[in-house]
Design a binder for this molecule. Structure first.
Ligand code: UDP
Length: 421
C-alpha cells in the first residue's frame, strides 16, 4: 500500500525552475519564491520536493539544495526552453510523469502548493486521482495582466477559465498582498478561500554590504547619482518609462548613471524588449550614462542595490514585486508604480515614493526629489530596512505557509478518520 507521509509536500512550478540561475530565460520572481519558500520550509522540518519541467537534457534530473529540499525535473515535452504561453499542451504529460514519480517512490504527496496558472491545472488534475490538498499562488493574474498589454495571446481564454476554476476549488489560495486579493475578488470570482501571506526576502544577504564598499567594488565614483532597475526585460515592467524619466531629469546628465540589470536571450521576447529599450536609450542620447550589465547573480545583486541612490520599479502591473523589498533591505529607497503589491511594500514618503504607471514626468519628479536630498534618502533607506525586517523575511513567509499546510492536513485527516482524530 502507498503510505501517506504528512510532512512531505510538493511545490509545483512547471515553468519556473527553482534550481536555475535567476535573471536568465524568463527566470524571475517565481523561481526565487519557490526556491526560497522551499528551503525555508525544509529548515522548519518539512520534506520539500519542488517539481519543474526539464528544459535542457544536460540539466541534472534531481538537484539537492539543502537537507530535505530538492528540485525534481520531469521530462514533459521537448527538453528545450519553451515560452510559458506555449506550455499548456504539455501539461498532461507533466501530470503523468508526476504520478509515475510517486509510484516509483512508493508514496503520494498529501499536499501540493502550485505556482502560476499552468501548475494550478496540474494540481487540479492530480486531485482527480488521489487524496490531495491544493494550495496555490498565482504570481500573475490574467484578468489584470490582459488589461495592460496590447497583444492578447491565444492561450488567454483557457488561462482565464483555469484561473477562475482554481480560485473556486483550491483548498486555499495565497495572495501575496492585500491588493492581489482584492483583484482576485473583483476580477476573478467572489467564491473561494484566500489567505494573504506576503513574499519575503533574504534579509542577511540583502543589506550585507555598505554603499562605499559596493561602489568601490563596482567602480562607481562616490558623487555619481545612480538610478537602478533590476528585473526581466518585459514590456509590462515599464523600463521605457524609467528611461524616458531619466531623460526628463532636471539634474546634469553627466552626474547621472542609469543601470538596467537583468538577462536576455537574443531573438526571444526578452531579447526583443532589450533591443527596443536600447534603441530608446540611444534616441534620447542617454547611451553614455546607461549600462546594461546583463543577468546579475544573487551574490553581486546586494552590491548593485547598495551602490544605487534610488531603485526604480516602473511596472504596469505587479502582484508583489520582490525587487522592491530587496532594495529596501539594502537601505535603498524605491520609486515604484502605484500598482498592486508595490502599494503594499513601499510606504510613500517613508520608504520611497509611488508614481502612476507609464507617467514618465511624475517618475522623473519623484526620482529627482530623492536624488537631490541625501539626508532624506538615508532616512527612507533606514525605514525601508526596518519594514523589511519586520514584515518580509522568508522565514516568516514559510512559517505562515507551514501553519496553513498543517491546518489543511489536519482537516484532511479528520475527514478521513473522524473517530480517532
Ligand atoms: N533577478 C536576479 N537577477 C537579475 C534580474 C532579476 O536575481 O539579473 C531577481 C530579482 O532579484 C528578484 C526576481 O529576479 O528576486 C524578480 O522578481 P520580481 O517579483 O521583482 O519580478 P517578476 O520576475 O516576478 O516579474
Amino acid at each position: 500500500m502507498i503510505s501517506l507521509t504528512k510532512k512531505r509536500i510538493a511545490l509545483i512550478s512547471v515553468h519556473g525552475d527553482p534550481a536555475v540561475e535567476i535573471g536568465k530565460e524568463e527566470a524571475g520572481g517565481q523561481n526565487v519564491y519557490v526556491r526560497q519558500v522551499g528551503e525555508a520550509l525544509a529548515k522548519q522540518g518539512w520534506q520539500v520536493d519542488m517539481f519543474t519541467r526539464s528544459s535542457d537534457p544536460e540539466q541534472a534530473r534531481i538537484v539537492q539544495h539543502i537537507r530535505n529540499c530538492r528540485t525534481i525535473r520531469l521530462v514533459a515535452g521537448p527538453q528545450v526552453f519553451i515560452p510559458r504561453d506555449e506550455l499548456y499542451g504539455y501539461l498532461p504529460i507533466f501530470v503523468q510523469e508526476f504520478q509515475k514519480f510517486q509510484l516509483e517512490s512508493g508514496f503520494q504527496y498529501p499536499l501540493v502548493h502550485t505556482n502560476y496558472w499552468l501548475s494550478s491545472w496540474v494540481g487540479m488534475e492530480l486531485k482527480k486521482s488521489q487524496p490531495l490538498r491544493q494550495v496555490h499562488t498565482y504570481h500573475s493574474l490574467a484578468a489584470v495582466k490582459y488589461k495592460s498589454v496590447l497583444t492578447i495571446p491565444m492561450i488567454a481564454k483557457t488561462r482565464l477559465r483555469v484561473e477562475k476554476t482554481l480560485l473556486e476549488t483550491a483548498d486555499r489560495v495565497v495572495a501575496t498582498s492585500p491588493q492581489e486579493k482584492e483583484h482576485m475578488r473583483s476580477l476573478v470570482s467572489s467564491k473561494g478561500k484566500i489567505d494573504i501571506i506576503p513574499c519575503g526576502t533574504e534579509i542577511e544577504r540583502f543589506g550585507s554590504i555598505a554603499r562605499s564598499t559596493a561602489r568601490r567594488q563596482l567602480g562607481i565614483a562616490s558623487e555619481t547619482k545612480v538610478v537602478l532597475y533590476v528585473g526581466r526585460f518585459d514590456p509590462r515592467k515599464g523600463i521605457e518609462t524609467l528611461v524616458r524619466a531619466v531623460s526628463l531629469s532636471a539634474l546634469r546628465k553627466a552626474d547621472l548613471k542609469l543601470i538596467i540589470g537583468g538577462g536576455w536571450r537574443p531573438g526571444e521576447s526578452d531579447g526583443k524588449e532589450r533591443d527596443r529599450i536600447g534603441n530608446i536609450v540611444q534616441e534620447l542620447g542617454l547611451s553614455d550614462i546607461t549600462s546594461f550589465p546583463g543577468s546579475l547573480s544573487r551574490d553581486i545583486l546586494p552590491a548593485y542595490y547598495a551602490a544605487a541612490d534610488v531603485c526604480v520599479i516602473p511596472s504596469h502591473y505587479e502582484p508583489f514585486g520582490l525587487v522592491a523589498i530587496e532594495a529596501m533591505a539594502c537601505r535603498t529607497p524605491v520609486v515604484a508604480s502605484d500598482v498592486g503589491g508595490l502599494k503594499y511594500t513601499v510606504v510613500p514618503q517613508e520608504t520611497g515614493l509611488l508614481a502612476p504607471p507609464k507617467n514618465e514626468a511624475l517618475f522623473a519628479g519623484a526620482i529627482d526629489r530623492l536624488l537631490v536630498d541625501s539626508v532624506w534618502r538615508q532616512q527612507l533607506g533606514q525605514a525601508g530596512r526596518s519594514r523589511v525586517e519586520t514584515y518580509f523575511s522568508w522565514d516568516g513567509a514559510a512559517s505562515q505557509l507551514g501553519q496553513l499546510y498543517t491546518q489543511l492536513l489536519k482537516k484532511a485527516a479528520n475527514e478521513l478518520d473522524p473517530v480517532s482524530a
